[in-house]
Ligand binder design. Structure first.
Ligand SMILES: Nc1nc2c(c(=O)[nH]1)N[C@H]1C(S)=C(S)[C@@H](COP(=O)(O)OP(=O)(O)OC[C@H]3O[C@@H](n4cnc5c(=O)[nH]c(N)nc54)[C@H](O)[C@@H]3O)O[C@H]1N2
Ligand SMILES: Nc1nc2c(c(=O)[nH]1)N[C@H]1C(S)=C(S)[C@@H](COP(=O)(O)OP(=O)(O)OC[C@H]3O[C@@H](n4cnc5c(=O)[nH]c(N)nc54)[C@H](O)[C@@H]3O)O[C@H]1N2
Ligand SMILES: [Mo]
Length: 760
């Protein structure tokens, strides 16, 4: 039997055998399907699935309260009725005694691609009906961009959704200058799924037409094929961009008319650029000393950029580091100085090669949504402040011009994300998770987060229920069939919340009397009624399996603003691009001033820390899976070295440490350590090493918060510090480490084994 479904990494048809996926065929019209589909076979009945509701032994025996045993304790199997009763009573207790603010329901994460069974939407809707929860803002993906770009260009979403199309780039761009490459390993993915992957073919056509690519990146394979590769000291991109700008300013190559008409504050920025006040011109020689790139290379590139139709693109990784606000802001400023913003094929791009979305035509309509009421609790945190919040209740902090206070969280509720994947400094996270009274996790799998929970709720996967999916830059709404029966006693998150809501007296408000299937139909019909064309009935859509929707091809980012800056004024205080922001300047932050600037990072090869930890680790997105999802699958497992996550390093760095391909090494710094398997590659910049995220956290001794991770999760090493007081975004992309050969007997990898679940 075979059936079709959809995922964040593409649409497919699955062959089914014995209740599991046995083979997967990509949607026929997808000309460059994601290799991640290969992780699906065998995933539905894998032993890492959570078979039934489970409660941590210590919590069951002693009741709610802080506990350092989280992550080390055994579990006790309970029935669904027992689970519903325990969890409902605990929610009631916390709300009655501590108030709704004491529930942290941010629940960040990617979960499934479906529109209805979207775990975050479900948990948020449920908690709102109970009186609300402390929420989180922005994402680990775009923590800095999400705050800085609305302030300086009036939007962050439109930078992706309404980005310059690949078709326009192919036809008009002459020079593509990439900070962070255009990594095709990342374009397989889109939130909500994507049925076409045009980036690889577009880059090929771009080159065939005579287009040139210049890319700055520590990894040669961040761009495929022939191009001009520069591998400066990681983290020095802003210095290089400043030096490019310096050449434009001093050689009269900057477009003054564009700066006068469409921007504000260039004069203030130029004083900094030229060193008028600090005596430090941000010249190519200055940037050369920081980045290791020859000054002449920078000067020559600036002249080439001014002479050609140039698109400057900044990958998202560059804002996932300390001072991450600066790279997108400075990339925009550089593009503004070139004066090509809004011209076909010129200007600014953010995230080509970070996600499939940039370069794709947007839908003309929004997709069907699960309606959400307001959250009665207004308290929120910037998403990556989770450990700070749990460790420092009552503490004040700065964020985006506001003075906020961390709430006192008693109950953490997670559905659809994995903090042991996404958060930095896992030893600190484990101490933070010991603080609340209760931790609740819904997940289909025994992730490290589930193993650290008190109450574990077994969710179905997207392939065991009906849904539909799509994303805002993809023309197809795709029906997701139930491929198999739910595994063991797992339940849809919706059904779990419906039962809890019923017990807590808000059952009717939560379900509105609908089954999941009725919700799908209801959401579809409500949506279809607002369209200006006749969509098929729900039954027809479901029978067809997909619905093609009109898109807006041929976009150039900010072309309407360029054509008419008054009618299309930007949503910034000046209505223009803010090269100087009076608002940000007014906040007085030492780590984010009124204009883009170079700040010395902590985790970089040019600083004092590199004396102890001389390698720059790139914790980038894995080519072999989406985050931690399906780490058990064939593609992910096939990439491991002696069962460990691969660490790629330059052959000279390996030789210096007496290690070679296939060796297991200990990667460490003063925060933690993990094992990894060596892969040498001359396409990695010397003194940079790559250890992608996503290997399931696997502590050698689960009772020790500082335990060695035997599997290779880089977040045991990363620093839990925000980008700046402005955005407090995630900074997990970079960390300094040392690497040494692992001498001892190799500990087994147990990450994908369930914990002990005792019968009652
Ligand atoms: N060091 C470092 N850290 C990083 C990054 C980095 O570059 N470097 N990148 C960051 C970025 S950009 C991101 S987006 C985050 C990603 O972090 P996450 O989104 O938290 O990671 P995922 O592994 O996708 O976690 C999704 C979880 O949802 C579960 N799930 C799937 N379907 C369902 C469902 O239907 N119901 C429920 N209840 N659960 C479900 C999966 O099993 C999985 O455990 O990581 C961040 N962390
Ligand atoms: N296969 C796969 N694709 C994914 C994901 C996944 O988990 N797996 N996750 C998706 C998600 S949620 C997101 S947010 C996006 C993230 O998209 P990005 O943040 O852009 O992805 P990364 O792979 O972390 O980084 C891209 C490249 O930037 C380079 N880089 C790192 N530091 C520097 C630097 O200082 N300077 C320069 N010039 N280059 C640098 C690295 O070599 C890296 O390969 O990816 C999405 N795509
Ligand atoms: Mo992300």
């Amino acid at each position: 039997m075979s059936r079709a479904s959809h995922s964040h990494w593409g649409a497919f048809t699955a062959e089914l055998h014995a209740g599991d996926i046995s083979a997967v065929t990509p949607m026929a019209t997808d000309t460059d399907p994601s290799p991640l589909l290969a992780n699906l076979p065998g995933s539905l009945r894998h032993r890492a699935r959570v078979a039934g509701p489970a409660v941590r032994r210590g919590w069951l025996d002693d009741g709610p309260g802080p506990s350092g045993a989280r992550g080390a304790d055994e579990f006790v199997a309970v029935t669904w009725d027992e689970l519903t009763e325990l969890l409902a009573d605990e929610l009631r207790r916390v709300i009655d005694i501590h108030g709704n603010e004491a529930i942290y329901g941010g629940s960040y994460g990617w979960a499934s691609a479906g529109r209805f069974h979207h775990a975050q939407s479900q948990v948020h809707r449920f908690l709102k009906l109970l009186g609300g929860y402390t929420s989180s803002r922005h994402s680990y993906s775009l923590g800095a961009t999400g705050v800085i770009m609305p302030r300086v260009v009036g939007t962050h979403d439109d930078l992706f959704k309404r980005s310059t199309g690949w078709d326009v780039i192919v036809e008009h761009t002459e020079l593509l200058v990439c900070f962070g490459g255009v990594a095709l390993k990342n374009t397989g993915i889109n939130h909500g799924g994507t049925t076409a992957h045009p980036a690889r073919a577009a880059l090929r056509r771009f080159r065939d037409r005579g287009g040139h690519i210049v890319s700055f990146s520590p990894l040669r394979d961040d761009v495929e094929g022939d191009y001009e590769w520069h591998a400066p000291v990681p983290g020095t991109d802003v210095a290089i961009m400043l030096a490019l700008a310096h050449v434009l300013a001093t050689e009269n190559l900057a477009d003054r008319e564009f700066l006068d008409t469409y921007c504000t504050g260039y004069d203030r920025f130029e004083r900094y650029l030229l060193g008028s006040d600090d005596g430090v011109p941000k010249s190519p020689a200055w940037a050369s000393a920081l980045s290791g790139l020859p000054a002449e290379t920078i000067t020559a590139l600036a002249r080439r950029m001014a002479a050609a139709r140039t698109l400057v693109t900044v990958s998202w990784s560059l804002q996932r580091i300390r001072h991450g606000e600066q790279a997108p802001w400075m990339g925009l400023t550089l593009a503004a100085m070139l004066g090509q913003i809004g011209l076909p094929g010129g200007g600014f791009g953010h995230g080509y090669g970070s996600m499939n979305e940039p370069g794709l035509a947007p839908l003309r309509y929004r997709l069907p949504v699960l309606p959400q009421g307001p959250n009665p609790v207004s308290t929120f945190i910037p998403v990556a402040a989770i450990s700070d919040m749990l460790l420092h209740p009552g503490q004040e902090y700065d964020y985006n011009g506001q003075r906020l206070t961390y709430p006192d969280i008693r109950l953490v509720y997670w559905a659809g994300g994995n903090p042991f994947h996404h958060h930095q400094n896992i030893p600190r996270l484990r101490r933070a998770l010991a603080r609340p009274d209760t931790v609740v996790v819904h997940d289909p799998y025994w992730t490290a987060m589930a193993k650290h929970a008190d109450i574990v709720v077994p969710s179905t996967t997207a392939y065991e229920r009906e849904d539909y999916s799509g994303s805002r830059n993809d023309p197809l709404l795709v029906a997701m069939r139930a491929l198999t029966e739910p595994y063991a006693a797992s339940r849809d998150d919706y059904d779990t919340f419906a039962a809890l809501a019923e017990r807590l007296g808000v059952g009717d408000q939560f379900t509105q009397g609908r089954t999941a299937r009725q919700w799908l139909q209801h959401m579809y019909e409500k949506w279809a009624a607002g369209l200006d064309f006749a969509a098929p009935t729900f039954d027809q859509f479901w029978a067809d399996g997909q619905l093609r929707l009109p898109t807006e091809p041929g976009l150039t980012l900010l072309s309407d603003f360029r054509a008419d800056p008054h009618t299309h004024r930007l949503n910034t205080p000046s209505g223009r691009i803010e090269i100087f922001s009076a608002d940000i300047d007014g906040f007085g932050y030492a780590d984010c001033v009124g204009h883009p600037a170079w700040f010395e990072p902590t985790e970089w090869l040019g600083g004092a820390r590199a004396a102890s930890f001389p390698l720059h680790l790139l914790a980038n997105q894995p080519a072999s899976r989406l985050h931690s999802q399906l780490d058990t699958g064939a593609l992910s497992q096939g990439s491991k070295v002696s069962g460990r996550e691969p660490i790629r390093m330059h052959p000279e760095d390996a030789a210096e440490r007496g290690v070679t391909d296939g060796d297991v090494v200990r990667v460490y710094n003063d925060r933690g350590a993990c094992l990894a398997g060596v892969v040498t590659d001359a396409g990695v910049r010397p003194r940079a090493v790559q250890l992608s995220t996503g290997a399931w956290f696997d502590p050698l001794d689960p009772a020790d918060p500082d335990a060695l991770c035997v599997h290779g999760n880089p977040n045991v090493l990363t620093d839990d510090v925000g980008t700046s007081a402005l955005a407090r975004g995630c900074t997990g992309a970079h960390v300094l480490v040392q690497v040494e050969k692992f001498a001892g007997p190799l500990p087994p990898v147990r990450a994908h084994q369930p914990p002990v679940v005792a019968e009652r």
